[in-house]
Design a protein around this ligand. Structure first.
Ligand code: CP
Ligand code: NVA
Length: 308
């Protein structure tokens, strides 16, 4: 098997399809055997610069279920909030904990922490990527559809961190990805190029569109996220206007395949990016998807921390 021990998970570009498949298989095993104490005595440090419900609780409970422990470190409370460098923080934490999960406003800061840490660093969301979310997303698709290769996934909304990681990982699994956004809210052009290069390698595809109705034709999965991410609160009003016509509602769902799956990373704003009818309806698996965060992250922690 592959050697994961000691590696970082900053984004999926550092991983191969075979490695991701191995993580998915391990996540399935973990979901069926949740209490095996394979990380007994191990500690995860979790640094948060932003709010979280799922990431915080799923990582912490996941560590506890594996016999380990997790520390919630809010940057307002630790010394980085008062100007201690990320480099020093990384070196200090490396002497105490076995891995670091970091949720930050900037991918550069994540890279800086990872550069100076001697233990694995896991991206718990940054401005560009949300890799743990994407792994839970494809794991949920696999549960519902029984396969990944060849599925058509349509992301509608803001071309943000969640969209970026979904594009890369879905492309890596050989899926057909369409990202539909209003003009000006397209995914980052570097990430589009990265994901298209990945798609080429694995016979997937990534295209950008501005037409939701056309895009969802033949869709196996429809995905959306909030129109204003954390840190964009002051743009909320403008975005509400700009995203008109990009809501996932029943009439859009009906234009996809009959058995279309609806996913959302959560938190959701009902009647904005998605109607209550859809997110609380029979096509939606958003709470299963949220639960799966824990199972896939446990697989990632086992792989990167290593326990043999
Ligand atoms: N989806 C997700 O990452 O949720 P939290 O912000 O609650 O962690
Ligand atoms: N795009 C959202 C995801 C939250 C889990 C944000 O960055 O706020």
């Amino acid at each position: 098997t592959t050697n994961f021990k000691g590696r970082n998970l900053l984004h999926w570009l550092d991983y191969s399809q075979a490695e991701v498949s191995e993580l998915l298989a391990q996540a399935q095993y973990v979901k069926e055997n949740p209490h095996s104490k394979v990380l007994s005595g191990k500690t995860l440090g979790m640094i948060f610069e932003k709010s979280s419900t799922r990431t915080r609780v799923s990582f912490e409970v996941g560590m506890v279920q594996m016999g380990g422990h997790a520390l919630y470190l809010n940057t307002d409370d630790i010394q980085v909030g008062r100007g201690e460098s990320l480099a020093d923080t990384a070196k200090v934490l490396s002497g105490y904990v076995d891995a670091i999960m970091y949720r930050t406003t900037s991918h550069q800061k994540l890279e800086e922490l990872a550069e100076h840490a001697t233990i694995p660093v896991i991206n718990g969301l940054c401005d560009v990527y949300h890799p743990c979310q994407a792994l839970a997303d494809i794991f949920t698709m696999l549960e519902w559809k029984g396969r990944l290769c060849g599925l058509k996934v349509v992301y509608i909304g803001d071309g943000n961190n969640v969209a970026h990681s979904l594009m890369i990982l879905s492309a890596m699994m050989g899926m057909e990805v369409v990202v539909v956004t209003p003009e000006g809210y397209e995914p980052d052009s570097d990430v589009v190029a990265q994901s298209q290069a990945v798609a080429e390698k694995y016979q997937g595809s990534v295209t950008i569109s501005h037409d939701p109705e056309e895009a969802v034709s033949g869709a196996d999965v429809i995905y959306t996220d909030v129109w204003a991410s954390m840190g964009q609160e002051e743009e909320q009003e403008t975005r509400m206007k700009d995203f008109q016509g990009y809501q996932v509602n029943q009439s859009l769902l009906e234009k996809a395949k009959q058995d279309v799956l609806f996913l959302h990373c959560l938190p959701a704003h009902r009647e904005e990016e998605v109607t209550a009818e859809v997110i609380d309806g029979p096509h939606s698996a958003v709470f299963q998807q949220a639960e799966n965060r824990m199972h896939v992250q446990k697989a990632v922690l086992q792989a990167l921390i290593g326990y043999r």
